[in-house]
Design a binder for this molecule. Sequence first.
Ligand code: PEP
Ligand code: MG
Length: 756
Amino acid sequence: MPNSFSIPRLLMNRLRAVMAAEMDTQARLKQVVRLIADTMIADVCSIYRRTTDDRLELIATEGLREDAVHRTFLTLEEGLVGRIAMTAEPLFIQDAPRHPDFSYRPETGEDPYHAFLGVPVLKGGKVIGVLTVQNQTERLYQDDEIDSLQTIAMVLAEIVPAGGGGPEQTGNARAGRPVNLEGRILCAGLGMGRVRLHDPVIPAAKFFAEDAQVEEHRLESAFEELHLSIDRLLAAEIGGLWGEPREVIEAYKLLASDPSWAEKLREGVRGGLSAEASIDRLRREHRARFEKVKDPYLRERLHDLEDLDNRLLRVLAGSDEIATNGESGSDEPEVLVARRLGPAELLDYGKAGLAAIILEEVATSSHAAIVARGMGIPTIGGIDGLLTHVSNGDTVIVDGEEGNVHLRPDDALLRAYETRRTLLGERQAVFQALRSEPTESKDGTPIRLMLNAGLGLDLDHLNSTGAEGIGLFRTEFQFLMSDRLPKVKDQIELYQHVLDGADGRPVYFRTLDLGGDKLLPNLNDAREENPALGWRSIRFALDRPGLFRRQLRALVRAAADRPLSVMFPMVTSAHEFREAKALLISELERSRSRGFTGPSELSVGAMLETPAFAYALEDIAEEVDFVSIGTNDMLQFFHAADRMTPLVSDRYPFVSRPVMRFLKQVRETCARFDIPVSICGEGAGRPLEALCLIGLGYHSLSMPAGGIGPVKRMLRSLDLSKFGPAFASLLQQREPALRNGVLELVRLQGIILDDA
Ligand code: PEP
Ligand code: MG
């Protein structure tokens, strides 16, 4: 998008009037094309919209045959219009019929037109339509005409109806129509509420300013208010993420002071746009660049810029608390809908008002998804084109159990939702009641159920679930959520906070587990053929001893006079364990020699995540204090099936003879060498899997918060003296499939499996 900006004042005034007038969408579109054709002295002006089946439908025209409207459909590969939709770039051509992409459609009667200019109509970073003008003569359109047409396309994005085909859809196509969308579960749970769009939306009627001077004044006041509010944010205490939000806000402060950002916005306003529209224009530019850029660092910067645009829009909208994105004050639960979301932004919303979150982006490991899980907000991601379907205030059901989103649900869906909520509530009440019961099997074998955590926020779950401690604290989250590498001081602060929160209950700190899907810009983001098998976890940490030592120092110092348990991720060989342990001991000695109180007790463990390590255990039996099996990684290596690739990640069952026989062997090795062993992968939190693990003799399981209730319920119904031998004999047989065999035992022995 060019930086200079102009749009003929006459056209602007007339467009403003058309946008403000009461009329249906089809009539409005017709008026818009007529106005554009008139003012730009074009023989044709047409609007195409992208249908849900990815065709381009002619929905309004001035100059082509009227009866072609809603009857002409192009594919995305077809013609100049298709090309614009595919590239999301403007296209201008002096002599269209001679262009290789030209496609002739006799029903439109367009034979004599030569000059062609088209621009994409973009919404939420996606092409939802195309706006074109054509002239009979061969002419070149000027830069300011292209610029004008892009600005008009921006207004059109608000009135071009989304979705299906046919004239009956135009108008209020979106209002009232139920839509079901499928996505990926980022945080399980069920939620319903009114849509709250994260990115402020500007009504089409507010695009053009009546008085440019007044508008410039509004913009300047908004700048001032933005700066003040950022300073207020920096002065305020923002808890929860240790340093990260502060750095994000500091980055905003720098961006907000960038003169070129402000100047671009002023240009738009001087050209006749409203302050909001001028920001929106720039926001679209940032988004369009975002879609194209692959570099993670640049993407973060562009996202920050877009976020700043949004903050400024909120200031203009009069929300006096832009820091908190405004908790709406309404009692109705809200479902936050965003293209993507930063962790700090999510924290800004506060926990209270959000019933659920829906994101266009997909990554389960995205930082917002991690925070959402910490907050326990049902979240679904990976819904392409989401924003073209939703409007502020729509009712939506987020089914984070099945991975579905039901927009504007009908009565039947609403009733089904209520039923499921009631059931869920009843189940939660059962789990709550179990909290004070002993964590042991029906026949009295105590089993330790611990929590997997990674954020300060997760500590809340310690009390709410009654977990016995934190069996896995993923320290890398602090690094992933921060713009800069956390300083030793920040790390100490976090570890102390965790130990304080655990209040004497054990915490197993897992040292930095970066790499694989957990990348840090400029640190370990080199492209690899097989990242899961690559330079990651302890391999990376040992190759970056400076970084690793600082973490070990922080752990040792944070523990001062309290017991400390540290474990190293993805150890593959005895040598790696020894090297890592030596670094830890040397940091301990260093700290002591400098007068720091060391931990009262130190226990050093290793995560068993590679099958190879199972056969190295006996070599380090005297040196390792405990082993924790990370079944998420262990299974992907065991089955050679990438855990991040949906096509294979669930292909091989956990409850299978090969997996169980392997785990049995590990259990026996640990028993032989007197090494305490526990399990900390996600599987430990699923009742059926937990049952089998307990059956194998694993008596310490660490799991996500949501697993504790269901696993404890299963445990309380389990007679281990009966199940253990029956399971052992099942393992020795060849038939039936292990899972079926276990389910049969469950039925016969009255074990309660409540798969959350
Ligand atoms: C695992 O791999 O099982 C594990 C607990 O670690 P993470 O999921 O963090 O890789
Ligand atoms: Mg792992």
